[in-house]
Design a protein around this ligand. Sequence first.
Ligand code: SF4
Length: 64
Amino acid sequence: MKVTIDQDKCVASGQCVTAAAEVFDQRDEDGIVVLLNANPPVELAADVRQAAVVCPALAITVDE
Ligand code: SF4
């Protein structure tokens, strides 16, 4: 699994962090998403897919 984010699209809603805190974080200053792990382990795959689904800005791309 390979994860990419588009910080220009992110609206800092934080849904991704709620879904997968091991993979996503938010910048302290403005809440924009930060990718912690672009190649998460299989145990986190479902959480990462969920994060991509709930992101209101469609800023998360998951390639299986
Ligand atoms: S869920 Fe989407 S819009 Fe919200 S912080 Fe994460 S990447 Fe940004």
